[in-house]
Design a protein around this ligand. Structure first.
Ligand SMILES: Cc1cc2nc3c(=O)[nH]c(=O)nc-3n(C[C@H](O)[C@H](O)[C@H](O)COP(=O)(O)O)c2cc1C
Length: 144
């Protein structure tokens, strides 16, 4: 049984390239063995992440991530059983500020500000799918 969980959170402190690198390093280290894939994007101080894989593994990872003090205000935006993965290519794809741009926000929300907390599950899904076309799995992402 595969599920996809999508959540947003706010960074506890301003997001540095080092923090992103640490998160992607953890993802690359842990996710493949657990059958987990996904995509993570970040703009200013907001994270948006989709986790997909076996239900037990997704739930366990979400609970672990929820205990991470580097972010707060975790809000589940969508949780669904799925027939197939969308982000099978990545242990954790990364879409930085270059990809996460205002045109895309305006396309899928009421304004050009990145505010996943106010978007519908369908809008978030479309936004992430579009981001996944340009996302990368790089170890040292460049913010900005
Ligand atoms: C926004 C965010 C996303 C994260 N995503 C993942 C993830 O996909 N996989 C993962 O193993 N850890 C992720 N982490 C890190 C975990 O909270 C935790 O620090 C890590 O899994 C600990 O494992 P490690 O000791 O191997 O680094 C994320 C943390 C944050 C703040």
């Amino acid at each position: 049984m595969l599920v996809r969980l999508t959540y947003a959170s706010r960074a506890s402190h301003s997001v540095s390239a080092e923090l992103i690198r640490e998160i992607l390093d953890s993802s690359q280290r842990n996710n493949p063995a657990r059958g987990l894939t996904g995509i993570l994007c970040c703009n200013a101080d907001i994270f948006l992440q989709a986790l997909e894989g076996p239900r037990d593994a997704v739930n366990a990872l979400y609970n672990r991530i929820g205990e991470d003090t580097r972010h707060k205000d975790l809000t589940i935006l969508d949780y669904a059983e799925i027939d197939a993965r969308r982000y099978a290519n990545w242990s954790m794809g990364w879409a930085g500020a270059k990809q996460v741009n205002r045109e895309l926000f305006l396309k899928y929300s009421g304004s050009d500000r990145f505010d996943p907390f106010s978007m519908s599950a369908a809008q978030i899904g479309n936004l992430l799918l579009e981001l996944s076309n340009t996302a990368t799995a790089i170890k040292s992402p460049v913010l900005g």
